[in-house]
Design a protein around this ligand. Structure first.
Ligand code: CS2
Ligand code: MG
Length: 427
């Protein structure tokens, strides 16, 4: 008798309790547009008309992700409850046999960002409030100074310091090489540089010529700009582990904030070699698609900063797991923020960055491209080298479908790198 009453009471209690109304996914739309360069954007629309947006841009492979979304993922989402972010993430990640990979995870990432956007809108809260609120008042940024020479690079760095930036990535052209990663050449900005390359341009790399320039770059940077600015540098995976170790040692007198992608990311053991030789802080992660690729580097403390991007590592849900795991091992987050990550990814990072206890710094290339801002409507502000997260419900960014449709996809590739003898190398 007693158990019957308990059972009856608990059932009725549940029925009296407040139940969150299902938010049925009605439509998943995918857009590939080219406001200066290609972006892949997802829009999830619920039965109630509430929608969310996500970034699925994979530089040079945009149509692969768009097909993954339209052909393989979208049909499985129709009719599901948009509130169930975690279950949808697990369904899309664990529920398929072929896990991980850049195409798969960019698609999952965009769905995830859009669902967090929806949840914020329904709760009438900015996403960071759903992640635990603010751990800081603003987000530290680092800007890019790229120059045709060392002095040109330092001129650009000086201009950024005048704008209030306190952390600057320095990349300078390498004498003797026609093109250098990160240096604009005759292009006005990254968008023009990356916007339409109908076939992969080929670039030549020389480690010897690079070493002849890079240490001098930071020596002159410290002499000219002093010791209060954080300098960063992206090796872009071009050195062997022992070359990276040598570079890290040579740069120690110049106290870098971090040396990024010192060696290729596939072999995490490379960083054990580098770590043994240098105290220059190491950062990696922009090409990683899941926590599994970050795991050994973090738990062995072979790196100091993890640079995964929400768009490449599986979205907000994945990024907060990586941040929490990294926090156990004194590794801080420094999310990737290249021009091929859309303002939606940047908005997602802003919510993660303002709330993660071990956030360190956000890469910022600026989005002062008019076409881009016609398509992606954001309202975050940047002041004295720091960004201020939007308090609008959701991610705080919108997407103009008509503006996007007026700027159609144009096939474009990342470059291919070769050594001077023609050997294919890491770009
Ligand atoms: C670079 C990127 O910003 C960075 O750290 O590594 O610009 C990278 O070259 C692009 O994201 C490749 O698409
Ligand atoms: Mg990089």
């Amino acid at each position: 008798m007693l158990s019957y009453l308990i059972n009856r009471f608990s059932k009725s209690f549940y029925q009296i309790g407040v139940r969150v109304k299902m938010l049925k996914i009605e439509q998943v739309k995918v857009f590939v547009c080219n406001p200066g360069r290609n972006f892949v954007t997802v829009k999830i629309i619920t039965e109630q008309g509430i929608y969310g947006i996500g970034d699925a841009t994979l530089n040079g492979r945009e149509m692969a992700v768009a097909t993954m979304l339209e052909e393989h993922i979208a049909p499985c989402l129709i009719g599901r409850d948009a509130h169930n972010i975690e279950d949808i993430w697990q369904y899309l990640y664990k529920g398929v046999y072929w896990r991980k990979g850049p195409v798969n995870m960019a698609a999952i990432a965009a769905i995830d960002m859009a669902l967090w956007d929806i949840k914020g809108k329904v709760a009438n809260l900015p996403v960071y409030q759903l992640l635990g609120g603010k751990s800081r008042h603003a987000v530290n940024l680092y800007a890019h100074a790229n120059g045709e020479s060392i002095s040109d690079t330092l001129d650009k760095a000086e201009a950024l310091i005048k704008q209030g930036f306190k952390a600057i990535r320095l990349q300078a052209a390498i004498p003797g090489l026609a093109v250098t990663y990160g240096v604009l050449g005759d292009k006005k900005d990254y968008f023009e540089l990356q916007g339409s390359r109908p076939l992969p341009p080929e670039e030549t790399w020389s480690t010897k010529k690079y070493f002849a320039m890079v240490v001098e770059l930071f020596k002159q940077a410290r002499e000219r700009l002093g010791d209060q600015i954080d300098f960063l540098h992206d090796v872009h995976s071009r050195l062997t582990p022992i070359e990276s170790a040598r570079l890290g040692k040579l740069l120690e007198p110049y106290d870098l904030f971090f040396l990024e992608d010192a060696s290729i990311a596939e072999n995490q053991d490379n960083y054990q070699v580098i770590r043994q030789h240098t105290t220059t802080p190491l950062a990696i992660g922009e090409t990683y698609n899941s926590i599994w690729e970050c795991k050994s580097l973090i738990q062995n403390q072979h790196i100091d900063f993890i640079r995964t991007a929400a768009t490449h590592a599986g979205g907000i849900t994945a990024m907060r797991r990586i941040a929490d795991f990294a926090n156990l091992f004194n590794v801080r987050t420094a999310p990737h923020g290249a021009p091929d990550l859309s303002p939606i990814c940047f908005a997602a990072h802003m919510h993660l960055n303002i709330s993660a206890p071990n956030f360190a710094i956000q890469e910022f290339v600026g989005f002062d491209n008019e076409q881009l801002n016609q398509v992606f409507k954001h309202n975050y502000t940047v002041e004295s080298g720091m960004a201020f997260v939007s308090d609008a419900p959701g991610l705080g960014i919108d997407f103009d479908e008509d503006a996007a449709k007026a700027l159609p996809y144009k096939r474009s590739y990342l470059p291919v790198s070769r050594l001077e003898d023609g050997t294919v190398w890491n770009w």
